[in-house]
Design a protein around this ligand. Structure first.
Ligand code: 3HC
Length: 694
């Protein structure tokens, strides 16, 4: 075997030249890999003993794309274009042997090969759009030439990969391998030689483009079909334009157009934020003071206390990951109802074709219930998901302490209560942790994990690993009121209420935040969640909020009652502004002696967002979150902060901390100390640093 570079080797095996890439963990196309592949192809072409070439990868996957860490740095030769060019123009047939995931530049490399053989479990796709860019090494020009324009548009703008079976059906791969991928690919390569098959250059193909040439309107139709999903994102539009170029221009010109559109995105703020977020998300899964090799608790069974909406949603995550769940309720009736809701939810998913009946049956077969807490004595993890009442929770944890086996993880789904105090209700506070799921718990990706002063490293590491297993994105935070997500949310809620007292209307605040990129504004969100929730909390605490209280006093609890801050006509989920609400708002201002004024969109945005950033800075100072990027992960996955703005902390960095700081000072003078800049923010501004550099 000849090492071409540190990451790529070449070996003649019989009459097949095998180029092996080994760049763990995902064989990204860093410069050493690019040099190596090109060198490997050249070596094979120069090697008289071989008649064909196979490109194969070591480790867990075929090439998963360009090396994202190289983006934004000066380019190094050879470019991926040159590498793919060398493959495509090889005088000996080149076959890609694909296992794991061939993504982005990985699939583009495979599309430069004359043929592709894939493992049956392999997936192929062009996910660049998720990084705010487009496939920049010919993917937008070659993919439509293979699978046709409609499917290429779908794959490139969604970034979603397809499995080997589908890839074979649409001609993206030529064969599904037997048990030994490399042997299958080598046999395939030999067959190409024996049968004198052509060296297929996808760049020369034209047949699949005809459909779009005959129907150019398909591009606009496609644009419309994805408009809602891709609102405010820049990359999908450039992806469409690039695919259109494959139809309108000869291949070399199409490649140039692809390059222009790629560079436009690459240097834009959206892609910078989305690439930042790619690493933020992966970093959030690592806890700075918990070593990588911390022993893990094996989690093979779960007990969930409370079969309400939250408990049921949490259970579904475990069931889908194949982890048996025992639900605990206080009455048989409540238990039956909870289990029935899970069944109905699954049945709805099956009827929409998003789950097989078989998968549903498997989930239901590992779900059981009990009204006797003792029955969960053997489970590996317990998650308590009952109503927010400290005394009741402490009582439950006291009982769990006596019942559960040693080493079991005792988790609470509380979103408001002091978990240190809950931990102290047991003799094993090191086993206690917060696992804060977001509603609907089977859908929302975020899992805010809350460590107490005593939670053990093993428990933390195990819960991080568990999150991945059940398909969640975790971020570890410390105990404080509202933890990270809701604590920041509260700052925004306060300001949105103040803004409507001072002169704005709910629809103004909601429109500004929606246009900023959030899925909905605070008032529409309150209508969705139920205005009565906050009302009852205020009643319990003996506090008031004039507008919100007046709305609830009219029974306007939100979507569920057909009205709240908005009207929802005939069961519609579309909010319509309502003059009654405007009257309530005007009256509340008047009663408070506030002279209403015109409030600009710019002020609405800054008043809502900057206090959130300021709160994030306080959270960092207090050590409640370990990194600014963890806060961003929480806000993107838990609250729908637009990923192309990276998260509140990344957004602050992108607009300049000094701007945030100066505006906060100005607001502090006008409106009071709630806007006082956090000391960390002040320090960073003085040092000329960003949160990322803090
Ligand atoms: N570049 C650099 N590092 C990468 C990478 C890439 N393309 N893909 C993954 N990594 C790193 C991750 O950051 C992580 O590092 P860490 O261990 O230090 O945190 C490590 O590889 C493992 O990644 P995951 O934790 O994500 O591993 P999984 O097994 O869960 O997932 C995967 C594997 C499906 C390949 C996933 O990593 C992934 O989706 N990667 C990105 C794929 C992608 O976006 N490709 C397109 C790149 S852009 C491109 O190709 C441009 C071209 O058109 C010119």
């Amino acid at each position: 075997m000849t090492a071409i570079t540190e990451f790529v080797s070449y070996q003649a095996e019989g009459s097949v030249g095998v180029v092996t890439i080994n760049n763990p963990p995902v064989n990204a196309l860093s410069v050493g890999v690019r040099v190596g592949i090109k060198g490997g192809i050249e070596a094979a072409n120069a090697d008289a003993s071989v008649t064909s070439v196979v490109i194969v990868c070591a480790g867990r996957t075929f090439i998963a794309g360009a090396d994202i860490k190289e983006f934004g740095k000066p380019p190094q030769s050879p470019s991926l274009h040159e590498v793919i060019g060398a493959i495509e123009t090889s005088s000996k047939p080149v076959v890609a042997a694909i296992h794991g995931t061939a993504l982005g530049g990985g699939l583009e490399t495979a599309l430069g090969c004359h043929y592709r053989v894939a493992d049956k479990g392999a997936k192929v796709g062009l996910p660049e759009v998720k990084l705010g860019i487009l496939p920049g090494a010919g993917g937008t020009q070659r993919l439509p030439r293979v699978v046709g324009v409609p499917m290429a548009l779908q794959m490139i703008t969604s970034g979603t990969p397809i499995g080997a079976k589908k890839a074979l059906e649409v001609g993206l791969i030529d064969e599904i391998a037997g048990d030994d991928l490399k042997a299958s690919a080598m046999a395939f390569a030999q067959k190409v030689v024996d049968e004198n098959r052509p060296l297929v250059k996808i760049s020369d193909r034209d047949d699949k483009l005809q459909e779009a040439r005959d129907n150019p309107a398909m591009f606009d139709e496609f644009r419309k079909s994805i408009a809602r999903k891709t609102r405010n994102f820049e990359a999908p539009e450039n992806c469409i334009k690039a695919v259109q170029a494959s139809v309108d221009l000869p291949f070399p010109e199409g490649i140039k157009r692809e390059r222009e559109l790629f560079m436009e995105l690459m240097t834009g703020e959206q892609s910078i934020s989305q690439r930042y977020f790619f690493f933020a998300e992966r970093q959030a899964a690592k806890i700075p003071d918990v070593p990588k090799n911390t022993p893990l608790i094996d989690i093979n069974s779960a007990g969930i206390i409370g079969a309400g909406t939250m408990g049921g949603g949490i259970a579904m995550n475990f069931l889908q990951a194949g982890i048996p769940v025992k639900m605990v309720e206080t009455s048989q009736e409540g238990l039956d109802k909870g289990i029935e809701i899970i069944r109905t939810n699954y049945a709805a998913t099956v009827s929409k074709g998003r789950m097989s009946q078989d998968a549903m049956d498997k989930c239901m077969s590992i779900l059981s219930g009990t009204i006797n807490l003792e029955d969960i004595k053997d489970v590996d993890i317990v998650i308590e998901a009952i109503f927010e009442n400290m005394e009741v929770k402490k009582e439950i944890f006291g009982k769990l302490d006596k019942i559960c086996k040693p080493g079991a993880i005792l988790a609470t789904n509380t979103s408001t209560l002091d978990i240190d105090e809950i931990g102290e209700a047991t003799s094993r506070p090191e086993s206690v942790i917060g696992l804060h799921f977001f509603s609907p718990a089977n859908v929302m990706k975020l899992l805010e994990e809350v460590r107490t002063k005593k939670t053990s490293k093993t428990v933390m590491a195990s819960c991080m690993a568990l999150a991945k297993r059940i398909g969640k994105i975790p971020a570890m935070v410390g105990v404080c009121e509202g933890f990270v997500g809701n604590r920041i949310l509260h700052r925004r809620s306060e300001q949105s209420t103040n803004l409507i007292m001072e002169g704005a209307l709910p629809q103004d605040v909601d429109r500004v935040l929606f246009d900023f990129g959030l899925p909905m504004g605070p008032f529409a969100m309150s209508d969705l969640a139920g205005n009565d929730v906050g009302w009852r909390i205020r009643q319990g605490k003996g506090t008031t909020s004039p507008i919100a209280d007046a709305i609830c006093e009219l029974g306007r609890f939100g979507q569920k009652t057909g009205s709240g801050y908005y009207l929802y006509k005939d069961g519609s989920r579309t909010p319509t502004p309502d003059p009654i609400v405007e009257d309530i708002v005007l009256k509340a201002s008047k009663d408070a002696g506030i002279e209403r004024r015109e409030i600009s969109d710019d002020e609405i945005l800054k008043r809502c967002i900057y206090p959130m950033i300021n709160e994030g800075a306080k959270i960092l100072e207090e050590g409640i979150a370990s990194r600014p990027s963890d806060i961003d992960v929480i806000w993107v996955y838990g609250y729908g902060w637009p990923i192309y703005r990276g998260g509140p902390m990344r957004y602050a960095d992108s607009i300049g901390l000094e701007n945030v700081y100066n505006t906060l000072l100005e607001y502090q003078e006008k409106f009071g100390d709630e806007f006082k800049p956090a000391p960390l923010l002040e320090r960073l501004v003085k040092e000329g640093k960003t949160f990322a550099e803090a």
